[in-house]
Design a protein around this ligand. Structure first.
Ligand SMILES: CCCCCCC/C=C/C(=O)SCCNC(=O)CCNC(=O)[C@H](O)C(C)(C)COP(=O)(O)OP(=O)(O)OC[C@H]1O[C@@H](n2cnc3c(N)ncnc32)[C@H](O)[C@@H]1OP(=O)(O)O
Ligand SMILES: NC(=O)C1=CN([C@@H]2O[C@H](COP(=O)(O)OP(=O)(O)OC[C@H]3O[C@@H](n4cnc5c(N)ncnc54)[C@H](OP(=O)(O)O)[C@@H]3O)[C@@H](O)[C@H]2O)C=CC1
Length: 296
């Protein structure tokens, strides 16, 4: 692979990809997609804008946001963007002030900003652990809380979709992110109850292996094995997650809150996920070795 290689759907794909949803479904609505210039966020931003929403795109990289906004506006879609690090609560709060100043409303927040690096848990540094927890748990929370405060203060309903990771089986090499995402899922279930009186719904989508540029952090060997993470024996695409988020976050999900929708081709039921490669130990009984510490 070269540094220039990219994965997943392009803007040209996303501009025309067929959707199950009706045109105009989000007319008059305002949606915010964090990580909106990443793979899954980008697909979500295109889908929501094509369905009529004004989409606000955030992320850390101004250049990535500007590129996406240019591509979307070229096709006549309504969007704007702002660089915000979700780990900075003051910056996040100021961002939501700005959204209300400019639009006076927000209808849907999709938290797609996140990520991790693959490493054996036993080798995590304190800094590495904190980077992943701060991004995926704290950052997601700062966005959720800032949105909810605005909705409460404005007396407006709202909807949040958090894009997480499958946490129900041992996801090798990404224990830090599984810990953070399990936190987000638990948090979402709790505030789904606390915030129901405010008219705020909170749901999560757990993607399986979804081909995006986020895969660049994994080796070519590991990426090549991702289709083996599920019984469909293929990766999903970012549109799969975008349509799931729109289902939960939009009108189709109006009686759904505190829910987790897994979109992984059945990977929870069958499949192997090795983000740092399959260790010899798991390759078969013969590979366990006589020196394996059995603890007895
Ligand atoms: C059921 C099947 C599911 C399949 C799941 C597997 C597939 C999953 C795919 C994805 O989720 S892909 C999409 C997500 N995108 C990414 O993950 C992109 C890359 N990740 C990030 O950018 C993370 O957000 C980040 C690493 C947390 C970035 O945070 P930050 O910008 O603060 O990081 P750094 O400053 O670069 O690093 C901070 C600190 O972290 C440690 N560290 C970072 N990278 C590595 C690494 N490759 N190996 C070991 N340690 C790493 C390290 O301590 C860094 O500090 P320094 O050493 O640089 O001082
Ligand atoms: N692709 C997959 O197979 C899977 C993905 N997921 C999760 O889905 C989500 C989206 O993934 P995907 O689109 O594939 O990955 P990408 O890496 O393509 O997108 C993630 C986006 O998050 C943004 N981001 C990261 N950290 C921060 C931060 N501190 N503040 C603001 N923005 C930030 C990045 O923007 P910028 O570069 O501008 O900082 C980036 O565009 C992630 O949480 C990911 O872990 C879960 C399971 C599988």
């Amino acid at each position: 692979m070269t540094g220039a290689e990219s994965f997943g759907l392009t803007d040209a794909d996303l501009a025309v990809k067929p959707t199950v949803y009706a045109p105009g479904m989000f007319d008059g609505k305002v949606a915010l997609v964090s990580g909106g210039a990443g793979g899954i966020g980008r697909a979500t931003a295109w889908l929501l804008a094509r369905l009529g929403a004004h989409v606000i795109i955030s992320g850390r990289s101004e250049a990535k946001i500007a590129g996406l906004i240019g591509a979307m506006r070229e096709t006549g879609l309504a969007c704007s963007g702002h660089a915000v690090d979700i780990r900075e609560p003051e910056g996040v709060a100021a961002f939501f002030d700005r959204i209300w100043d400019e639009h006076g409303q927000l209808d849907l927040l999709v938290n797609s900003a996140g990520g991790q690096f693959p490493q054996a848990a036993i080798d995590f540094s304190v800094k590495g652990w904190n980077a992943v927890i701060n991004t995926n748990l704290n950052g997601t929370w700062f966005m959720m809380q800032a949105a909810a405060r605005k909705w409460r203060d404005a007396g407006q309903p709202g909807s949040i979709v958090n894009v997480v990771v499958v946490t129900t089986h041992g996801l090798h090499g990404v224990a830090h992110t599984v810990a953070a995402r399990a936190g987000v899922i638990g948090l979402s279930r709790s505030v789904a109850v606390e915030w129901a009186p405010l008219g705020i719904r909170v749901n999560c989508v757990a993607p399986g292996a979804i081909e995006t540029d986020g895969w660049k952090v994994y080796t070519p060997q590991v990426r090549a094995a991702y289709p083996m993470t599920n019984p469909m024996m293929r990766a999903g695409d970012a549109w799969d997650i975008a349509e799931a988020s729109v289902y939960l976050g939009g009108p189709a999900g109006k009686f759904i809150t505190g829910e987790l929708l897994t979109v992984d081709g059945g990977g929870q039921l069958w499949g192997e996920t090795w983000t740092t490669g399959k260790p010899d130990y798991f390759k078969g009984a013969d590979s366990r070795g006589a020196d394996r510490p059995d603890g007895d």
